[in-house]
Ligand binder design. Structure first.
Ligand code: PLP
Length: 374
């Protein structure tokens, strides 16, 4: 198998898995409990939390553990909307967001919130002038991802944060799920940050929401107190420990891995450029981990099936939006329905080997020739 879908999920690092097993064995008590075992578990969560805050340089944030970035995005968006509904009901986002953001916004829209989508420029980045035009005194939230999962475009988050900061009633939420552990990130002036360790060799079924201390969310899961007011239920002690270690391991090698992935992406683009019907949908602002492309005239599903038959794993749109409608993100950035229909995503990491890429190109060549011949 050639796995080129690391933006969807990554294998768990063995050190992370070891720690996960260890914590489950030695600190299995409920961290909400008041006996010794509970206190030990609570202490482990506290240590993990401190480590995460230090690694991400966000000492004033509260760390809320969830079941994934999907839940973290729901909590951030609905939590702000419901808690600050008397202040305003206007929210700004983009059409490049993950389904858990766009779905939460759609739900809020159905109950009377006003949602505006800021324009995206041809290079895939947010139009800051348009954001300045849209934002107003009753805007309570701007939610924009750091890097989108389909095209991999990295947004100008510090510039967006500066615009939002001029509006005291407005909070800034960043879904950084495709950025954390992959590229250097800057979290100044951001009130809410989502990420998910299974994107950086941590556990699946685990997510994190960083929340600035001054912000209050309406919890979305009710019943019982917990280590966090915002998330009822028995805390996932081993998950918290494993997340902190996964983050630590990635951050220690961030620069080196980024360089490795850049070299692989450059090589791949050079090879693919030799095919006249290949168009790259990821722009120059994309992170090297994600390469979105179209083979013009060939539906994405047909290309994916041909690759999949030969044991190559790539994805269409993102793992959470696999219906057969054309990609909204690709349509927005390229303006072409044909490219949107034929777009698919290769995603790389430092584990991707040169021989895997060479083998991929051989298979790609075969599929390209058979699917494009008249
Ligand atoms: N946000 C982005 C940008 C993603 O890419 C993903 C997963 O693909 C998610 C959120 C959802 O993550 P999770 O699987 O942890 O719910």
């Amino acid at each position: 198998m050639i796995y080129l879908d690391y933006a969807a999920d990554t294998p768990v690092d063995v050190q992370v898995l070891d720690l996960f097993c260890q914590i489950n064995q030695v600190a299995f008590g409920n961290a909400n409990g008041t006996h010794l075992s509970g206190k030990n578990a609570k202490q482990l969560i506290k240590q993990a939390t401190i480590k995460i805050k230090n690694l991400l340089n966000c000492s004033t944030s509260e760390v809320i553990y969830t079941s994934g970035a999907t839940e973290a995005n729901n909590l951030a968006i609905k939590g702000v909307a419901r808690n600050y509904r008397e202040v305003g009901r206007h929210i700004i986002s983009t059409c490049l967001e993950h389904a858990s953001v766009s779905g939460s916004l759609k739900q809020l829209q159905s109950i009377g919130y006003e949602i505006d989508l800021v324009s995206i420029r041809k290079d895939g980045t947010v139009d800051l002038d348009h954001l300045n035009e849209l934002i107003r005194e009753d805007t309570i939230l701007v939610s924009i991802n750091y890097v989108d999962s389909e095209l991999g475009i990295c947004q100008p988050i510090p510039s967006i944060a500066t615009i939002v900061a001029a509006y005291p009633n407005c909070f800034f939420h960043v879904d950084a799920t495709q950025a954390v552990g992959k590229i250097p990130i800057h979290l100044d002036q951001i009130d809410l940050v989502t990420f998910s360790p299974h994107k950086f060799f941590g556990l699946n079924g685990m997510g994190v929401l960083l929340k600035s201390e001054s912000l209050i969310l309406e919890p979305q899961i009710h019943g019982g107190t917990s280590t966090s007011y915002y998330r009822s239920g028995t805390p996932f002690t081993a998950g918290a420990g494993a997340t902190a270690l996964a983050l630590e391991l990635c951050m220690a090698e961030l620069k080196e891995r980024l360089t490795q992935v850049t070299v692989k992406n450059d090589w791949l683009k050079k090879q693919l450029s030799a095919y006249p019907l290949v168009a790259f949908n990821s722009t120059g602002h994309a992170i090297p981990h994600i390469l979105n492309l179209s083979v013009k005239g060939v539906k994405a599903q047909a290309f994916q099936a041909a690759l999949s038959d030969r044991k190559v794993c790539i994805s269409i749109k993102s793992a959470c939006s696999t219906d057969s409608t054309p990609s909204r993100s690709v349509l927005t950035v390229t303006g072409s329905r044909d490219l949107a229909r034929s777009s698919w995503r290769i995603s790389l990491c430092h584990l991707t080997t040169d021989s895997e890429l060479q083998e991929f190109m051989d298979i790609f060549d075969y599929c390209y020739k058979s699917l494009t011949k008249k």
